[in-house]
Ligand binder design. Structure first.
Ligand SMILES: C[S@@+](CC[C@H](N)C(=O)[O-])C[C@H]1O[C@@H](n2cnc3c(N)ncnc32)[C@H](O)[C@@H]1O
Ligand code: SF4
Length: 417
């Protein structure tokens, strides 16, 4: 599996050079001149821990959460004061863990960010279904949150049991969502669970939109090697049939495909922290991406607080891109939106997409993966499936290895992928 990703990497980056992440960092981050910058904040706490979940999280306690947020606010000022004035940015996303558990301190975090940044495209935040009540939603709204994403996984008891989660209280969700309105209400589902059929997923999708969602994300189940999940992966053929059936169903209902995994019934709804040219991340495990580098913070909550308290950034690893590596990175994440605009590539890199990747694009068209229209490459259904398939490889070869190490070591010496 990693053989395929290595070969593709060598082909597309025109180099044998692997991605090397090192235990070194810049204390001053090069974000001031970045165009199209997004913000991300990680809150690593959950009331109960799901055994299939790869994210950086620890059991919630109010005291631990409070001291973490004190450090987070310090990190925001440490980084934000590196540039004068307030920098215009796109969106801000809170991910986790379960950031809604910190609802009472959200305003403080957003106020700290507002001292250094002007957020122009709204604020998104993740919730567990247990957090969806009128009081919490009102607190989020008052703090400035405009988009919410709820981790449903499935409305069916059968699949919640497989995932080790409890039944979702749909009536409570409907009521709270009707009373407190957000521009985007997204719901997360997991598909390709053992025995899961198209009918099961169709029921989930219909239920989501009927309860008040205007956006859904349907993630394929990924069996990370470092999690203790006993759930078996679905065979490729079955998975493809399921993904194609879900996609066709959503398109037939008039929902628009916003990314490989997301659909929406409302043009104004959007929820994606990934498809941004540059981003600045705060908190444990948060990543930042700039033109020349990618960096990731330590996963360890205590080490994070120690570093920040001593006035230094909590970066665990930095990858310094070769220009070609950065192009591959850009293409991979832009393709996540199912379309790549040649003008955007040229604007970002100063060279033409055709000149850089002419043969690869020709091949992708010949294989029926993309259509081209006025310099915009749109993924076909087949292309979307193979991207999804490749993305799972990527996740298992790169993210699995990196997160697996970072969960055990606060500051590993280096990781070569
Ligand atoms: C941070 S959680 C969402 C908020 C909240 N913590 C919750 O679980 O309800 C992010 C999402 O990642 C997805 N996820 C977690 N583990 C996964 C896995 N092994 N494979 C695919 N998706 C996964 C789930 O859909 C989950 O809702
Ligand atoms: S899926 Fe959500 S609730 Fe479960 S451990 Fe992961 S972040 Fe926490």
């Amino acid at each position: 599996m990693s053989f395929i990703t290595s070969l593709t990497r060598i082909w597309l980056t025109h180099s044998l050079k692997p991605f090397t992440f090192k235990n070194e960092y810049d204390q001053s981050l090069p974000y001031a001149a970045c165009e199209n910058l997004g913000l991300y904040v990680h809150i690593p706490f959950c009331k109960s821990i799901c055994n299939f979940c790869p994210y950086c999280k620890v059991p919630y306690s109010p005291a631990l959460c409070d001291s973490y947020i004190d450090a987070l606010i310090r990190e925001i000022h440490l980084v934000g004061s590196q540039q004068p004035g307030r920098k215009k940015v796109g969106s801000l996303y809170f991910g986790g863990g379960t950031p809604a558990l910190a609802a009472n301190r959200l305003k403080e975090i957003i106020d700290a960010l507002n001292e250094h940044f002007i957020i122009t495209e709204g604020i998104g935040l993740e919730l567990h279904p247990d957090n969806v009540n009128v009081e919490t939603l009102q607190t989020l709204q008052a703090a400035g949150v405009t988009k919410i994403s709820i981790g449903i996984q499935s409305f069916s008891d059968k699949y919640q049991k497989i995932l080790g989660r409890k039944t979702v209280d749909a009536a409570a969700l409907r009521e709270a969502l009707a009373r407190v309105r957000f521009e985007t209400v997204s719901m997360d589902f997991i598909f390709a669970l053992p025995g899961q059929s198209f009918e099961d997923l169709r029921a989930d999708i219909d239920e989501a939109f009927s309860l008040g969602a205007n956006h859904i994300a349907i993630y394929p189940f990924i069996d990370f090697t470092f999690t203790d999940s006993p759930i078996a992966a679905m065979p490729k053929k079955e998975k493809r049939k399921l993904l194609d059936a879900i996609t066709r169903y959503c398109l037939s209902r008039g929902y628009s495909r916003r990314s490989i995994w997301t659909f929406s019934n409302d043009e104004d709804a959007s929820y994606s922290s990934m498809t941004r040219d540059n981003f600045l991340g705060f908190g444990c495990s948060a990543t930042s991406l700039f033109k020349g580098q990618f960096k990731i913070n330590t996963f360890d909550v205590a080490s994070y607080r120690e570093r920040i308290d001593s006035g230094t950034l909590a970066t665990a690893l930095t990858l310094r891109f070769t220009p070609r590596q950065r192009m591959v990175y850009w293409l991979f994440w832009t393709a996540y939106s199912t379309r790549v605009n040649a003008d955007d590539f040229e604007k970002f890199f100063g060279v033409s997409l055709k000149r850089s990747y002419g043969f690869a694009l020709w091949l992708a068209r010949r294989l029926g993966f993309v259509h081209e229209h006025d310099g915009v490459y749109e993924m076909t259904l087949k292309g979307a499936f193979y991207y999804h398939y490749y993305e799972s490889f990527y996740t298992l070869s790169y993210i699995d290895k990196m997160w697996g190490i970072l969960r055990k070591e606060a500051f590993p010496e280096r990781i070569v992928l």
